[in-house]
Design a protein around this ligand. Structure first.
Ligand SMILES: C[S@@+](CC[C@H](N)C(=O)[O-])C[C@H]1O[C@@H](n2cnc3c(N)ncnc32)[C@H](O)[C@@H]1O
Length: 257
């Protein structure tokens, strides 16, 4: 870990630090190293200490106001890109954008004239997302679930790509040590964990989407609850559940013809 921190301070790679053990740190650099080590010893995640996390080959700025993007979510981005290249959506929407990791990755990887929109209920998270999208044309809105887009979706519900990695943990799971420093708002999905995801589905079903795709990240044990709700709300939709690398159910893909 020490090498990772020194590499960060020097602006070099970890391999460089390992290959140059003779490198001396200045007093300021030593102080910075001590500070970072103290933060880590308090249980602050490395990404918060470094202020960034690599996601889909993008360096995503993070702070304590946003969830640290997870590698599992990269497969949601893969699915979104594959579908978007084939179906050329007019509008791409990311709900619960947090750091903006998903929408920034989509914007950077899709050469399209589609409008890119993203939302979060947290104003502080949106500040982070905007910083990550500084040089990109993405429009950010604050609000609850689909509300910021309801006008748009009522008017035009064709050729839409919607991604959402909403909070999906239930209260007991928040005690897990590795996540205690991340925002509760980004983690807690209500009493059963699925509250926000199900609410979003109810809202989206009212817009009568056509030639559209919804991609939802879920927890490993939520596929059945979520799929049952989709069957009820959107009987015509084709549902596919994708597993993550650990073979847990992770992404629900909803194709609407
Ligand atoms: C699990 S984090 C995901 C962040 C980011 N999309 C990612 O994949 O790294 C969930 C995000 O949803 C936001 N959120 C929570 N409740 C929401 C709601 N009712 N409407 C919109 N966003 C919400 C949180 O503030 C948080 O940024």
């Amino acid at each position: 870990m020490r090498e990772v921190l020194i590499a960060e301070i020097l602006g070099k790679t970890k391999e460089y630090v390992l290959a140059h053990p003779e490198t001396k740190l200045s007093l300021t650099q030593k102080r910075k190293l001590k500070h970072m080590q103290r933060e880590l010893s308090k249980g602050i995640p490395l990404a918060y200490v470094l202020s960034y996390k690599w996601f889909y080959k993008n360096k995503i700025f993070v702070n304590k106001d946003v969830l640290i993007p997870r590698p599992e979510t990269e497969s949601l981005v893969d699915l979104a890109i594959t579908w978007a290249k084939q179906h050329k959506p007019k509008t791409i929407i990311d709900i619960g954008t947090g750091s903006g990791a998903i929408i920034v990755s989509l914007k950077r990887n899709l050469k399209t004239k589609a409008q890119f929109l993203a939302s979060d209920i947290s104003k502080k998270a949106l500040l982070v997302a905007k910083r990550n999208a500084k040089d990109l044309k993405i429009s950010f809105k604050q609000g609850n679930l689909s509300t910021p887009f309801s006008k748009l979706l009522k008017k035009n519900s064709k050729n839409i790509l919607i991604t959402a990695n909403l909070p999906y943990l239930y209260p007991k799971q928040l005690a897990e040590k590795s996540i205690t420093k991340e925002p509760r708002l980004a983690l807690l999905g209500g009493k059963k964990g699925t509250e926000k995801i199900l609410k979003l589905l109810k809202e989206l079903s009212k817009f009568k989407l056509k030639n559209s795709l919804i991609l939802l990240e879920i927890n490993y044990n939520q596929a059945k609850t979520v799929s049952t709700m989709i069957h009820k709300l959107m009987p015509e939709a084709k549902i596919t559940v994708h597993k993550d690398l650990a073979l847990w159910d992770r992404i629900v893909e909803i194709q609407i013809k």
